[in-house]
Design a binder for this molecule. Sequence first.
Ligand SMILES: C[S@@+](CC[C@H](N)C(=O)[O-])C[C@H]1O[C@@H](n2cnc3c(N)ncnc32)[C@H](O)[C@@H]1O
Length: 211
Amino acid sequence: MNTGKEILKKVYTAKSKSELMEAYNNWAEEYDKDLDEFGYKAPAETVEYFVKYVNKGTRIIDVGCGTGLVGELLTARGFGNIDGLDYSENMLEVAKTKNIYKELIHADLSKKLNLSNNLYDALICVGTFTYGHVQKEAFESLAQIVKPGGHIIFTVREGAYDDLCYRDKMVEMEVRKIWELKEMVDAVYFTDDNISCKICVYENKTMSKII
Ligand SMILES: C[S@@+](CC[C@H](N)C(=O)[O-])C[C@H]1O[C@@H](n2cnc3c(N)ncnc32)[C@H](O)[C@@H]1O
């Protein structure tokens, strides 16, 4: 039986998407308990920025929603119209039991999303831009599904931020005027091991024409 720490190591060192999804599918039932033990603060920290920028009643998507930790916090803060998207079926199954998402979408963020362009007023994505997970190119998919003027708020884990060159892609999209950086702050990710993350707040600028 894998312990939470062993599974965490597995997801960060996954060599392929199938390896990553196998790890998450096996972890789904124990994920919330384990993450609580590790002092996983990223959802709560990011939601504080989300409430600062996003109005209640707007249409939101939680990308890489996992078991719904972020959705639970948003619901507690009065947000109601939330969809969730994830590629792990078992993580989505756990999220479903919480009855907090309007729709749960099984999709791979590293491919073009089969969703209408400019569909959402705001997007939140916590814990997904990190080692072994989703590459920087997926920022394009985030921008694609959010309306111009809508906010895109996500974390990038310390270490991976530099090692996987996330900032390069963020800047490239700033230069192309796809989105505009409103705020970027350092925040606690895991209290265990003292890991931090960047919380990035973007405003989407361009009506997406990707087809
Ligand atoms: C660390 S968990 C974060 C879950 C949730 N946001 C939270 O903070 O608890 C990362 C999530 O990203 C999802 N994920 C990884 N790669 C993905 C991909 N290519 N497409 C969609 N979801 C992906 C995993 O299935 C997992 O649920």
